[in-house]
Design a protein around this ligand. Sequence first.
Ligand SMILES: C[S@@+](CC[C@H](N)C(=O)[O-])C[C@H]1O[C@@H](n2cnc3c(N)ncnc32)[C@H](O)[C@@H]1O
Length: 249
Amino acid sequence: MSAPQNIYDDAAFFAGYSRLPRFGEGWTGAFEHAAFMSLLPPARGLRVLDLGCGVGQLAHYLAAAGAARAVAADLSARMLAEARRHRRHPKLDFVRAAIERLAFAPASFDLAVSSLAVHYVADWPRLCRELATWIAPGGLFVYSTEHPVYLSRATEAGWLDPSPAATPAWALTRYGDEGERSEHWIVEGVRKHHRMVSTQLNGLIDAGFAIERVLEPMPTPAMLEAHPEWAIEANRPFALLVRARRLPR
Ligand SMILES: C[S@@+](CC[C@H](N)C(=O)[O-])C[C@H]1O[C@@H](n2cnc3c(N)ncnc32)[C@H](O)[C@@H]1O
């Protein structure tokens, strides 16, 4: 299995990524933001882990909302430098580490979150097993990931015919062929890991989680009023969001 790729520390990639509207304070305007927030429990008193925290918006939000403590891990020094510069909080520790190399004592956390980062992790069953150990019984894992339908697109743009006059149709390929996919996103060679919806949910169930909620956000009328350009998003899911609860051992 290949080592984690630290693409966010690539200068050209970071320059492009940091110009996306969702970067930094723009995170609340992201397409799946409201759906993600709807899955979170009240943070007060919780011990929180954020996997792939990026520039730290979510971890800082949870710390400011009263978490007992928050540990936010990311592989990228550039992303963490931005997090430490703008999102310090006395209850929040940023840790530079690959998700695959993290180690915590059993039942260290009440809530683990991860926003658009687990599709960078190759070994899903292992991550589910580790989370089931780190999260105390009754605790939650809330994550978003690029939807496997989005991730297993056949072309760079994904649309069969990208011309504005065409009826939008999504070009899906090799949905059943799970594993690493290399794509052009800002730069060439960005590596992600495709896993079917069933593989994701069954990995969590096998590790000892109960699936509480599954969301595939679609544009609402209110969203379309602010972002008419999001109408095309109704033709295929961009993100998959899951809330899973650690069952008693
Ligand atoms: C799309 S960004 C999401 C950042 C943040 N969670 C958010 O929603 O804004 C993905 C983040 O995952 C981090 N990442 C990717 N692979 C990782 C890995 N194997 N271990 C830790 N972090 C990783 C990247 O450095 C990047 O900050």
